[in-house]
Design a protein around this ligand. Structure first.
Ligand SMILES: Cc1cc2nc3c(=O)[nH]c(=O)nc-3n(C[C@H](O)[C@H](O)[C@H](O)COP(=O)(O)O)c2cc1C
Length: 387
């Protein structure tokens, strides 16, 4: 086993252990993948101010996200098909998050169901919903999330239609997957993954199969997914869904200041500045470049969260220093899960925490809630490069 000290180490191991079809599904963006790449590379444009001779004792990374205590302001983002990266992946990730003291978000498109995760954890998690046409199904999802004790829902607004992802099409990555000769040959070399997968019953979309109208078995899934998403979604519908849930709501997929104002006006508990990890509109701004304008527009009206491109604790610190109150990681924890299961998710969180704490200290700060733009050196045209 190689010595693992970075998220990049976990990513290498993830690639080695997991079938190509599922690894590529995680490690790809839409079209040319420009936005996917810039989500990470734009972080490198921001530099940190080294400070010296500052008392660094008694440091803390503790904070809150939507009023909930967190060991560090880093939640696990909703990621579909997590249970295909490692058997029962959602349960493993939720357990790791719970032990670490950070929020876990379950995707609508998870393999383990809401009930599976609730039965195998002890603390409330967050549930992410896509905006679907079928009101009865939405209502039932909310009822199930409530019964499972979910303390907030995240409504994802940037996937009314699916951005085209070339790797997925070429790999036959659909619901259910279409296996080709090449993918079967690849599967045969990933026997560790395969043995674990044979030992679990959880191999299909647990929140959908047997729950959505007309989806009694996995083969009917692809026609359901093509039909189910609400192409007519507008802000009135968002308000209606928020009312249907009635509890804490986080609106995800905001990349534009005008949209941020609309989301804040609806009374959301938080918004997430996000471009879906570069998987939707290719050519859109990276999340970190979009963040300052959104904070200027609504930073005093709604809690602003951030995701996209975080691969280290330094990236987390940069987003927080710009003004985000909380962050989410997607691929960083999926790399850990695919590499080493639950222990890998814990490892990913440990790595990010260590980097966050050390970098904060070297910037002369002791409390994560006190970091601000003063610790950053941001290029003059970082926000205004495009009109
Ligand atoms: C493989 C994969 C599946 C995803 N599935 C969902 C999903 O089901 N729902 C959702 O709201 N976002 C989904 N996302 C987006 C993430 O929640 C998050 O916005 C993104 O991963 C952040 O970028 P990062 O991976 O660079 O951290 C997915 C992302 C990935 C990589």
């Amino acid at each position: 086993m190689p010595i693992i000290t970075t998220i990049a180490d976990l990513k290498r191991l993830h690639k080695r252990r997991t079938p190509k079809m599922f690894y590529d599904y995680a490690e790809s963006g839409s079209w040319t993948e420009q936005t996917f790449r810039e989500n990470t590379s734009d972080f490198d444009l921001i530099r940190l101010r080294q400070r010296i001779a500052v008392d660094m004792t008694n440091r803390t990374t503790k904070s809150t996200m939507i009023g909930q205590d967190v060991a560090m302001p880093v939640a696990l983002a909703p990621v579909g098909l997590t249970g295909m990266q490692s058997a029962d992946g959602e349960i493993k990730a939720a357990r790791a998050a719970e032990k670490f003291g950070v929020p876990f978000t379950l995707s609508t498109m998870s393999i383990c169901s809401i009930e599976d995760v609730a039965e195998n954890t002890t603390k409330p998690f967050w549930f992410q919903v896509y905006t679907l046409k079928d009101d009865d199904f939405m209502q039932r999802l909310f009822d199930r999330a409530r019964a499972a004790g979910c303390s907030a829902i995240i409504i994802t607004l940037d996937l009314q239609i699916l951005g085209q992802r070339h790797k997925d099409i070429k790999n036959g990555m659909s619901a259910p997957p279409k296996f080709t000769l090449a993918s079967m040959a690849d599967l045969a070399t990933k026997w560790g993954w395969g043995i674990e997968m044979l030992q679990t019953k959880r191999r299909f979309f647990g929140n959908i199969v047997g729950h959505a109208k007309g989806v009694s078995d996995p083969s009917s899934l692809s026609s359901w997914t093509a039909e189910a998403f609400d192409h007519a979604l507008d802000w009135d519908r968002v308000a209606q869904l928020m009312k249907m849930w009635g509890g804490k709501v986080i609106l995800k997929g905001i990349l534009d200041a005008d949209d941020a104002r609309k989301a804040a006006a609806l009374g959301a508990d938080a918004i997430i500045v996000s471009n879906h990890g570069g998987r939707q509109l290719d050519g859109a701004l990276s999340s970190i470049r979009a963040l300052p304008a959104i904070l200027d527009a609504v930073g005093d009206k709604v809690e602003v969260h951030f995701d996209g491109g975080i691969r280290s604790g330094q990236d987390v610190l940069k987003a927080l220093a710009l003004g985000a109150k909380g962050t989410y990681v997607g691929r960083a924890y999926i790399n850990g899960l695919g590499a080493m299961g639950e222990a890998g998710v814990t490892k990913a969180l440990d790595i990010i925490h260590k980097e966050l704490d050390t970098t904060m200290a070297l910037c002369g700060r002791r409390d994560i809630r006190d970091v601000d733009r003063d610790i950053l050196l941001v290029p003059k045209d970082f926000e205004g490069a495009w009109m």
